[in-house]
Design a protein around this ligand. Structure first.
Ligand code: ATP
Ligand code: MG
Length: 578
């Protein structure tokens, strides 16, 4: 490709609307342009990167037994009514109607469509297992589209669906996909971790999210310093810290605490650590009101709490509800003497021998509170958010914290869609059974942004070879100089003939401009053709990521570069073996 012809409007300034590096760089390096909130056009360079990622995904899905199909973006409402999701999916669904007022949506996901296909086309256990996938645009009217393509309203996803005859088959499909995902993200060069995630309040199904480790990530994860355990904090199991008996047997007593509110203020006032406080949060979950009691130094995990309550979501109660159950305004709740609400305590609370809690009266706290004696929880269950420094559930290591970008997810669905849609197969005895399903998504466009988060510096993007838009940028320092032009054109022509993806910077620009663009766009290799090297029959090879730089003869440069690219790609594939 000739840069003089390439549509690559790079930007020198950092666009004001872009907060994180990948968003800024995708705009500056001419990968994409915004059309509307969360909706983007990919320019030639950006589209090439997407195609590279797509191809890696396709190869690994095929290798794992997937068959590629293409499902429609526009989906009829009737199918979504069959699963009840037309109403349940919520505001994120883009809905539309045709000229006859028939309703449709723009596919946010494709379980309905694929299950309906399979219910019509698959009859027998002999056709199983089956894995079908597609790579296509998805539409979700996200409340807060942000960070460029990281959270778009139109984005590209690979979604694969597996169909098995039983749980054992599903388990095989699940782990085959899990390992295929490991290969995909390793080949993309990502530093990532599969983490245990919460499958949602209903069902005890298994799911893992694949997290690209990056500070810009929206997810909080914890992982063990010694074992393989890693989990989204939404899901991470918490061990109960061991009891440290103090032998204290204090009397329950009221203490006037005017103006003392926060845990820090209480620590000062009572001169006791937060681990001896019990904080009480009043929540509403469906029709129920519950009091969640945790240690003062712990945070509530609302997903665990919702599960304990047995509903989809919980939210903090309003002032009126708080007054009704505690008898006091917001800020003074405690578990002693609570009426009209269930008390759910975290196990760590039960180890406190003499605690401090709110007194359910204005400006009053209780001290000497002993769980079990002064209040009896209706339920003692893990409702706390794991935090770095906690012991790992393995019992040996300590949990470390990190932020992650969810680039993919694998999910055991079971019969969640096959049952309502009536997708069955006949087993050996001719008995009709529901298909056992799994679904597996990769955010292709989000993966592109995640790679940039991990591969950039102050000058621009540093693409891993496996996903770079082009591998080599041939830069004649002065294209008007005949000797330089001839040599550069020769290198470019030979590279192209050898199958190396190359561009030549044949623009009539100062070398500084060309070098800046090369660094910004992030071609892995720059070959500079300048007067000094040429005098010795040499050109300069420079690696973007490492800054490695050396002279090499014009005659050898093509085979040298070709070899190093081939070995970089081979290396990216090797990394994921085993
Ligand atoms: P999130 O929690 O980030 O909203 P999700 O769990 O709803 O994502 P899935 O339904 O699991 O998303 O979709 C599969 C993959 O698609 C995700 O792992 C992610 O990589 C990608 N993805 C989901 N939503 C978006 C979006 N709005 N923009 C870009 N990629 C997305
Ligand atoms: Mg997900």
């Amino acid at each position: 490709m000739r840069m003089s012809k390439l549509l690559m409007p790079t930007l020198r300034e950092v666009p004001a609307e872009a907060e994180i590096a990948s968003h800024q760089l995708m705009l500056r390096a001419a990968m994409m342009r915004k059309v509307a909130a969360g909706i983007y056009t990919y320019l030639p360079l950006g589209f090439r990167v997407l195609q590279k990622i797509t191809q890696i995904v396709r190869e690994e899905m095929d290798a794992a037994g997937g068959q590629e199909v293409l499902l429609p973006i526009i989906q009829p409402a009737e199918l979504w009514h069959e699963t009840g999701r037309w109403d349940d999916y919520g505001e994120e669904m883009f809905k539309l109607s045709d000229r006859n007022d028939r309703q449709f949506c723009l596919g946010p996901t494709h379980e309905e469509i694929i299950t309906a296909l399979v219910r019509n086309e698959v009859r027998s256990y002999r056709q199983l297992p089956l894995m079908l996938y597609q790579i296509q645009n998805k539409y979700r009217d996200e409340i807060r589209p942000r960070f460029g393509v990281m959270r778009g309203r139109e984005f590209i996803m690979k979604d694969l669906y597996s169909f098995d005859r039983d749980e054992e088959g599903l388990d095989k499909s699940y782990w085959a996909m899990f390992h295929a995902y490991e290969r995909v993200f390793a080949r993309c060069g990502l530093n990532f971790r599969p983490v245990e995630a919460d499958p949602g309040a209903i069902g005890g199904n298994q799911t893992h999210e694949f997290m690209a480790i990056a500070d810009a990530g929206e997810a909080e994860i914890v992982y063990c310093s010694t074992c393989d355990y890693a989990a989204n904090v939404e899901k991470a199991r918490c061990l109960t810290p061991p009891a440290e008996p103090t032998g204290r047997e204090d009397q329950l007593a009221e203490v006037a605490t005017p103006g003392v509110k926060t845990i820090e203020e209480l620590e000062k006032f009572f001169n006791r650590p937060a681990s001896e406080m019990m904080k009480t949060l009043i929540y509403r979950g469906g029709e129920q009101v519950v009091a969640a009691v945790l240690r003062g130094d712990h945070e509530v995990n609302e997903i665990k709490l919702a599960r304990a309550v047995g509903c989809l979501e919980v939210e903090l109660a309003d002032d009126e509800t708080i007054e009704r159950v505690t008898g006091a305004p917001r800020g003074f709740a405690g578990p002693v003497g609570l009426k009209n609400c269930k008390i759910i305590a975290d196990p760590a609370v039960m180890n406190i021998e003499s605690g401090i809690t709110g007194g359910n009266k204005v400006d009053v706290h209780l001290q000497g509170v002993k769980p079990g004696r002064d209040f009896v929880p209706d339920m003692v269950i893990d409702i706390r958010k794991a935090q770095p420094g906690d012991p790992c559930p393995c019992g040996k290591g300590i949990l470390q914290g990190a932020r992650g970008i969810e680039v993919g997810q694998v999910f055991k669905l079971g019969t969640k869609y096959s049952k309502p849609l009536g997708a069955t197969f006949a087993d050996e005895d001719g008995v009709e059974r529901p298909l056992i399903m799994g679904c597996y998504g990769i955010g292709i466009s989000r993966t592109m942004a995640a790679i940039i988060e991990q591969y950039h510096d102050e000058h621009g993007i540093c693409w891993p070879v496996s996903v770079a838009p082009y591998h080599v940028d041939v830069v004649p320092v002065n294209y008007r100089d005949e000797q330089q032009r001839t040599a550069a054109e020769r290198v470019y022509a030979e590279l192209t003939a050898a199958g190396v993806e190359a561009v030549i910077d044949d623009r009539d620009e100062r070398p500084g401009v060309k070098f800046k663009d090369a660094d910004l766009i992030g071609f892995p290799i720059r070959i500079t053709v300048g007067p000094r090297g040429l005098a010795e029959g040499q050109v300069e090879v420079r690696w973007r990521a490492t800054g490695e730089e050396y002279l090499i003869s014009l005659n050898e440069v093509v085979s040298h570069v070709q070899d190093r690219i081939a070995s970089a790609i081979a290396e990216s594939k090797r990394r994921c073996k085993g």
